[in-house]
Design a protein around this ligand. Structure first.
Ligand SMILES: Cc1cc2nc3c(=O)[nH]c(=O)nc-3n(C[C@H](O)[C@H](O)[C@H](O)COP(=O)(O)OP(=O)(O)OC[C@H]3O[C@@H](n4cnc5c(N)ncnc54)[C@H](O)[C@@H]3O)c2cc1C
Length: 440
């Protein structure tokens, strides 16, 4: 591994690259004494729900324990999905064909919803529909991706192209993969600019946003709620929990069902002129078929490489993670060996027992949680859906509101299960690495 002085840029920061353009916001405005709806969590889900409910005439207060937007939403890769994860993971195991069809249709609807929202509200989000290349780590994975491409085409109507190894340099300037598939209906946005635009939208619709107001207890008072926060109490007609990967022990029902898992990313300094065109000619979103996958994309202005993966079985510091991520990035693109890192950060994704997001109501408290690392479009969409449900505007919450919300083994014993689960993933990738070694 390279010496730190060569690896880290002089301006290196332990913060998301995205925050340079649009940092999270401190908002210490006084809490209102009473509102129709309190929303716990100020990510895409909470803000989207707030905008919808306020637009419908409800008085809404969004409360966040930290700064507004300091959670997963502004820490993500900003890849905008039309629902492939449902087919490309084993989330669909045990789901009836009928429900699977509706889950996929709603995932596609979330992609369309996000595009429409950004266009209709003129949100400054740097959205670019570029497509996403899924690279095959082994020849066997290539065959699996080819089959999954067929399934996607059939179930969601997306355009999935098979890309052979001989053709793949049009997608990724590397021989690391054994071909893959390209899905056209996929894009990327600027996570923090999009969040800032959603904040402005929620406020324009009439919602108030409050940072540093951790919700410590939710007390039932007859048909209403008293919400106890670090900054005082609010009386609320309804409560929505939108805490995703930052779900703590506020309500045991949720902490037993959602497992926060850290995900890490780095950003490089601007690349030498012409290099991005070689490494990622279409400026696409790229990920792969490994369990502990690489996910990478250019910054929206096309100058820097952003790269994410899980660096270790256990949670580690961002600086140590950055060294490992840089080494992984160089496996994919040896030409980036001498390019320095300017930013390293982590955020928490919310894993669930069945790998599906869930929306609904429990003991009078509404929730939208558990996007399993696929939340830019989905949590925006589910926020709006759950708002319409709790206001009584939609009779049913949709496919993500059906079925039981199963216990998550990890959520129940997170300190033990995460390392074990991660270790199994790593073993699987090691085995596949040996398969690759034998082929090369
Ligand atoms: C590193 C990383 C990369 C990702 N990459 C992608 C990607 O490329 N594409 C994609 O689609 N998705 C991706 N995701 C997933 C996705 O972007 C987010 O998880 C999603 O935006 C979650 O939105 P949210 O509104 O549900 O929650 P968040 O944005 O995480 O917000 C939850 C908020 O709840 C607050 N909170 C928690 N408890 C309390 C409390 N008691 N009181 C008050 N506030 C509380 C937290 O402070 C936090 O701000 C990624 C996630 C991470 C972390």
């Amino acid at each position: 591994m390279r010496a730190d002085a060569l690896l880290f840029h002089d301006d290196f920061r332990l913060a998301p690259y995205w925050w340079d353009a649009a940092p999270p916001e401190t908002s210490r405005v006084a809490l209102p004494p009473s509102v129709d709806l309190v929303i716990v969590g100020s990510g895409y889900c909470g803000l989207s729900a707030a905008a919808e409910a306020a637009r419908q005439g409800a008085s809404v207060a969004v409360l966040d324990a930290a700064e507004i937007g300091a959670g997963g939403s502004t820490r993500s890769g900003g890849m905008v999905s039309s629902g492939q994860k449902l087919a490309l993971t084993d989330a669909i195991r045990g789901v009836s064909a009928e429900r699977l069809g509706r889950l996929m249709a709603e995932s596609t609807a979330s992609f369309d919803y996000l595009k429409r929202l950004i266009a209709d509200e003129a949100l400054d989000a740097d959205l670019q529909i570029t497509g996403r290349f899924f690279g095959a780590f082994t020849p066997g994975h290539f065959e699996r991706l080819r089959r999954q491409g067929d399934l996607l085409r059939e179930k969601t109507g997306v355009t999935a192209h098979v890309v052979t190894r001989a053709e793949q340099r049009v997608m990724v300037g590397s021989d690391y993969y054994y071909g893959g598939i390209l899905v056209d209906e996929y894009g990327g946005l600027h996570t923090a600019k999009y969040h800032r635009a959603l904040r402005e939208l929620a406020r324009r619709c009439g919602a108030s946003l409050h940072s540093h107001a951790a919700v410590e207890r939710i007390e039932r008072t007859g048909t209403r709620f008293r919400v106890h926060t670090a900054r005082g109490k609010i009386d609320a007609g309804q409560v929505l929990v939108a805490t995703n990967g930052y779900t703590g022990r506020l309500l045991p029902f949720f902490s037993r069902r959602v497992l926060p898992v850290a995900s890490y990313q780095i950003a490089t300094e601007p690349l030498p002129p012409g290099l991005m065109e070689v490494l990622n000619p279409g400026r696409r979103m790229i990920s792969d078929s490994k369990r502990n996958l690489f996910y990478t994309r250019p910054s929206p202005d096309g100058t820097r490489m952003l790269f994410g993966s899980r660096p270790s079985f256990r949670e580690i510091g961002e600086r140590a993670a950055a060294r490992i991520l840089h080494a992984k990035m160089v496996q994919l693109w040896p030409a980036l060996r001498d390019v320095r890192i300017t930013h390293a950060w982590k955020g928490y994704v919310a894993m669930t027992g069945d790998k599906l997001a869930h929306i609904g109501e429990r003991d009078g408290v509404f929730y939208a949680l558990g996007c399993n690392g696929n939340g830019v479009a989905l949590m925006t969409y589910l926020g709006q859906r759950i708002a319409r449900t709790l206001l009584g505007l939609d009779a049913v919450p949709g496919a993500f509101g059906e079925g039981p919300f199963p216990l998550s083994p990890g959520g129940m014993a997170s300190t033990l299960i995460v390392p074990v689960g991660a270790a199994l993933y790593q073993l699987d990738d090691c085995w596949n690495g040996r398969v690759r070694g034998a082929l090369s």
